[in-house]
Design a protein around this ligand. Structure first.
Ligand code: ATP
Length: 374
């Protein structure tokens, strides 16, 4: 059993605060993805778990043992780097055998384990080659074999797929996920690719500027983004963010979209006290949650500006009331540029974020609060 626990980790490089009060629990056997843009601190956190980076404060536990003062080679973890870091002069066999030789594993046992690891990742036929004679995908597999041959308590994978082309990346994504499930080894994977995070992670931790923004299952992160950063980072194309303010119109309290009064969302009574305190809000709707209404009335009306046909979907940009909305419609183009349209979205897919960017709730949740109260 090797859960990983991080408690209040801080790390600065000069003036750059790379990690700020990072606390995280990774359950035994879980695949945790650290997701975030370049420079958010993911690699620093991974290297801290590996023991390759010191921390300024906080504790790291692996399998219940505090490892702050345990050197990297004594932490039972195996890291796979983006660059693969294979030894060019050694054969594939010797590359995979390297960590076992370092631990003085007897030769008979070593050969057996190298072959078994090579078999697992499909490089059994390549054992006599050198890294220079392998494709990128094969090198990646060798790097993974070298990690699993040690049978570590924890795998740490740093952007393992980013050097592969798109097709191979999708293939290796599935392969690594299957292998991890089969081995049941606690794994932390760093990526800036939300598709990798969503498809591979049991749980995802979204990071930004050294801080954890949210930790949750892929479904949680998608359906209940904690703030505008998570909402904008996960989802493709990203959620439409629209500035709005609480206002009154003909005695009814609502949200004026863009502050122009061109788009208007009536608010349930119970939502008003919460929202009046957060006068300026951001309304977020995902492109795939917006739909064209048949009767021409809806959340917002506008004119079709651009139609982008993708085959399985069509992206439509609608401009209205000084605002721009991107919609993702399933199938082929059903509208043409210049056409007047109206858009709607289910209330539980209309997100309201407060002034600081934190999620207040969906319109559906606030509406059901009204229902419950009234
Ligand atoms: P990327 O996806 O680009 O690898 P990341 O999220 O992994 O980014 P880190 O590599 O952890 O980010 O870096 C976090 C911050 O710390 C960045 O601002 C980076 O420039 C800084 N940093 C990382 N390592 C060092 C170092 N050895 N010396 C100085 N600054 C560093």
């Amino acid at each position: 059993m090797a859960p990983v626990r991080l408690a209040g980790i801080f790390k600065a490089f000069g003036a750059v605060q790379a990690l700020h009060d990072v606390s995280l629990d990774i359950a035994d056997g879980q695949l945790m993805v650290l997701l975030g843009p370049s420079g958010c601190g993911k690699t620093t956190l991974l290297r801290a778990i590996a023991g390759l980076e010191t921390t300024d404060a906080g504790d790291i536990f692996i399998a219940g043992r505090r490892v702050n003062d345990v050197p990297a080679h004594r932490r039972n973890v195996a890291m796979v780097f983006q660059s693969y870091a294979l030894y060019p002069n050694l054969t594939v066999f010797e590359n995979i055998a390297f960590p076992l030789r370092a631990r003085r594993v007897p030769e008979s046992d070593l050969t057996e384990r190298v072959r078994a690891a090579a078999e697992r990742v499909g490089v059994r036929e390549l054992l006599e080659r050198r890294p220079g004679q392998l494709s990128g995908g094969q090198r990646q597999r060798v790097a993974i074999a070298r990690a699993i041959v040690r049978e570590p308590e924890v795998f740490l994978l740093d952007e393992p797929l980013s050097n592969l082309d798109a097709q191979l990346r999708a293939h290796m994504r599935a392969e690594i996920t299957r292998l991890q499930r089969r081995l049941g080894t606690t794994t932390v994977l760093v990526t800036h690719d939300q598709v990798e995070a969503m498809t591979m992670g049991d749980r995802i931790t979204v990071m930004h500027q050294g801080r954890i923004q949210q930790t949750g299952s892929p479904v949680d992160i998608y359906l209940h983004p904690a703030n505008t950063f998570v909402a904008g980072f996960v989802g493709s194309p990203p959620m439409n963010p629209v500035a709005a303010r609480v206002a009154a119109r003909a005695g009814q309290s609502g949200l004026s979209l863009g502050g122009q009064g061109e788009g208007w969302i009536d608010l349930p009574a119970a939502a008003r006290p919460a929202l009046a305190q957060a006068e300026a809000v951001t309304v977020g709707v995902r492109p795939e949650d917006l739909a064209l209404t048949a009767d021409g009335t809806g959340l917002v009306a506008g004119r079709v500006d651009l139609v982008e046909y993708l085959g399985s979907d069509t992206l439509v940009t609608v401009v209205g009331g000084g605002l721009e909305w991107l919609i993702k419609l399933g199938g082929g183009p059903r509208v043409a540029p210049q056409q007047q349209v109206a858009l709607t979205a289910p209330p539980d897919r209309v997100y309201l974020f407060g002034d600081g960017g934190d999620l207040i709730g969906t319109l559906g949740e606030l509406g059901s609060a009204a229902h419950a109260a009234g």
